[in-house]
Design a protein. Sequence first.
Length: 90
Amino acid sequence: MPQWVPDYLHQDYTATTPHDYLSLIAPLTEGEHIVEAVQATAEECALLHIHAHDPCLLIRRRTWSTTHIVSHARLLFPGSRYRLQGRFGS
């Protein structure tokens, strides 16, 4: 990402959000979410304050500006605290 958004780490994010800055410099042209149920590692369980066998919801997100990936995120949530919902229409 640094080669496509070289000043990203030098922004004052108390004045703007990372999302707003990326939208200005590298407008989103494509996005991807991958959602899966997973077991957390021992370290993740400690950080999330959950038991070893509690299910978790993992969301991997990537966004592109033209042909370049400009953001990647790995988001892990305790499964008992979140719900995934979608609504579609024509």
